[in-house]
Design a protein around this ligand. Structure first.
Ligand SMILES: CCCCCCCC/C=C\CCCCCCCC(=O)SCCNC(=O)CCNC(=O)[C@H](O)C(C)(C)COP(=O)(O)OP(=O)(O)OC[C@H]1O[C@@H](n2cnc3c(N)ncnc32)[C@H](O)[C@@H]1OP(=O)(O)O
Ligand SMILES: NC(=O)C1=CN([C@@H]2O[C@H](COP(=O)(O)OP(=O)(O)OC[C@H]3O[C@@H](n4cnc5c(N)ncnc54)[C@H](OP(=O)(O)O)[C@@H]3O)[C@@H](O)[C@H]2O)C=CC1
Length: 515
């Protein structure tokens, strides 16, 4: 057995955010690659009418856990859900649970956060900063804790161009901010938020930066590791390629482009798209847990978990591969044929929004109205524009992350560990990864069947014929309205036609001469 897996043998692990995208992959990998792990304690809240037990039960039934289920059908016995609402005082843990966790937990992975970019500051602060303080306080009480791993983001310091593996001074002293926001009502907080977040784009990156500082300040004698992944995408290889379960980050953009809804977006073709597969992030996280526990670094080690500096890929290339994949493997019931283009030019983008988003939406809604249905396309576009406006900051510029600690960690692993907990981003073949990612959004986010691809292709052919018919009708209409009715338009038209004719004659004559 590898030394990382061996270390997890007999250990009790506490995980927050286990029902989220990364948390699920962490739980799965621990169960599959560290079969000796004793128990996973998951802090989960009841949600949408489901108890925390029901939520965890549903989670473990999902396809992500198929491989674990094959290896050990009783794997759920190692999962111990603990009811906890991180936004409440004391994390809403019962005294008995606090007692239990304090006496048995050996390692903590703190993944829970709000990742919404439009989260009101108070809420983001409550979850990303205050809950982190509370988890740290709980960790301080743990008698057999070897390591505390905090999941941050590579964009916590996105106001800098070059980001080292250090904790930067916070934009404000977190305690002062917490105290001030406490007495302010939501309207005042909303008004001052832009001033507070300053040169960061949203409350998410701002509060994640504050959380890192809190972890550093309040860690006491804990052994700390901070993981900073960039844009976390579908899985690369494990448990199977292309697994993804949400619309966050690029996934929503890929889906909207595949459905033919999104045709234009502001992004720089040449900017590095710092995507990193979720399985690589989790492999690094588990390896960092082992390293922190065994080597007990004197101060918190930060791991920038990024790809751009090592194996760069650009948004322009992503656009190409996403479009090519969705043309070969279309999504069902596309609105239009997939044909999205990115541009960094504001005016060009506005033009295409008008022509390729708003105009078709208007026509489609008119059609829905006329056929007695409720118009919906304009509403969908309004939401899409709101979502992509929040992402454009990240797709229009480059950052440079130092990844010395990631390299150091890799060098610390045995050959076997490097295979089992692979986070060597050199090995990523981007075109293949993007293809699997897109197919993953089709299979696991939209739950579409691959056997329906011929029907989806047929639908795209139908859309192409509608487009040809529509363009022909438009041309005839323009002809009737403008050309046939006005002498001046007729003269312009004849002038253009004769110019084309002359050009053709000249071209033919010159090509005869050269022959
Ligand atoms: C051809 C392609 C070319 C590519 C070009 C470049 C692409 C660049 C792309 C991306 C760069 C990203 C850089 C991220 C860097 C940071 C990384 C991190 O550290 S954190 C993780 C990231 N976090 C987020 O991504 C949260 C973003 N999401 C939000 O903040 C909210 O969801 C928001 C404001 C976008 C929408 O909020 P609401 O309240 O209007 O809606 P709600 O409740 O969230 O969702 C409504 C419905 O829309 C879907 N949806 C959500 N996000 C979507 C999206 N981005 N696109 C499409 N649908 C989305 C949802 O699944 C939901 O569907 P139902 O109603 O349940 O069926
Ligand atoms: N996804 C990405 O691209 C990136 C993510 N990260 C970081 O990785 C971590 C995980 O992100 P990701 O998995 O994508 O996020 P998700 O939104 O998928 O998951 C968030 C998790 O936090 C839990 N949570 C949220 N609020 C509460 C609460 N009040 N009480 C208890 N639990 C709560 C959620 O539980 P519930 O199911 O109950 O809502 C869920 O399990 C975060 O720290 C994020 O900042 C960093 C870089 C990129």
């Amino acid at each position: 057995m590898s030394s990382v897996s061996e270390w997890y043998m007999g250990k009790n692990v506490l995980i927050t955010g286990a029902t989220g995208f990364m948390g699920k992959v962490l739980v799965e990998k621990l169960l599959r690659s560290c079969p000796g792990v004793k128990a996973l304690y998951l802090l989960v809240r009841p949600k949408a009418g489901q108890s925390m037990q029901e939520r965890v039960h549903d989670m473990l039934k999902c396809k992500l856990f198929d491989r674990v289920r094959e290896d050990n059908p009783d794997f759920h016995q190692k999962i111990i859900p603990i009811s906890s609402e991180l936004m409440q005082s004391g994390l809403a843990l019962s005294p008995a649970d606090v007692e239990k966790l304090s006496s048995c937990i050996n390692i903590v992975f703190h993944c829970a956060a709000t990742v919404r970019f439009d989260e009101p500051l108070k809420h983001a602060l409550q979850l990303n900063v205050i809950a982190t303080q509370q988890i740290l306080a709980l960790a301080q009480r743990m008698q057999h804790l070897y390591a505390f791993i905090h999941i941050s983001t590579a964009y916590a310091n996105c106001n800098r161009r070059h980001i080292d593996e250090v904790i930067y001074p916070p934009p404000v002293e977190p305690k002062k901010l917490i105290d001030s926001l406490e007495w302010m009502d939501d309207a005042i907080v909303r008004d001052i938020t832009p001033r507070l977040i300053g040169d960061r784009p949203n409350t998410y990156t701002y509060t994640k930066a504050l959380a890192e500082y809190v972890v550093q300040q309040e860690s006491g004698r804990l052994n700390i590791g901070i993981i900073r992944p960039s844009i976390v995408g579908a899985s690369w290889q494990e448990p199977f390629p292309g697994w993804i379960d949400n619309f966050n980050g690029p996934s929503g953009v890929f889906i909207a482009a595949g459905k033919g809804i999104l045709r234009t977006m502001r992004a720089s073709n040449d900017a590095v798209a710092d995507l990193i597969p979720v399985d690589m992030v989790i492999n690094l996280t588990l390896a960092a847990g082992w390293y922190t526990a065994v080597h007990r670094p004197k101060s918190a080690l930060v791991y920038n978990c990024t790809t751009g500096g090592i194996n760069p890929f650009h948004w322009g290339e992503i656009e190409h591969h996403v479009m090519s994949t969705f043309k070969r493997n279309p999504l069902e019931q596309a609105f239009r044929r997939p044909n999205a283009n990115i541009t960094s030019n504001y005016l060009i983008n506005q033009y295409w929004i008008l022509v390729s988003h708003k105009f078709p939406a208007l026509i489609y809604d008119l059609f829905l109205r006329l056929s007695g249905q409720k118009p919906q396309m304009m509403r969908i576009f309004t939401r899409l524009h709101k979502a992509i406006a929040l992402l454009e900051y990240f797709s229009s510029q480059d950052w440079e992350w130092n990844s010395d600690n990631m390299n150091m960690l890799m060098n610390q692993l045995s050959a076997e560990d490097r295979r089992t907990f692979n986070f060597d981003v050199h090995q990523l073949n981007w075109p293949e990864y993007i293809e699997n990612y897109c197919i993953g959004t089709k299979k696991y986010v939209l739950n579409e069947d691959m056997s329906d691809i011929p029907a989806a292709r047929q639908h795209l052919r139908k859309l192409r014929n509608i487009r040809y018919t529509f363009n022909t009708l438009l041309l005839v209409f323009i002809w009737r309205v403008f050309i046939a009715r006005s002498q001046m338009a007729r003269n312009i038209w004849y002038f253009v036609v004769s110019l084309c004719f002359k050009f053709l004659s000249y071209f033919r004559a010159s090509s005869t001469l050269t022959n």
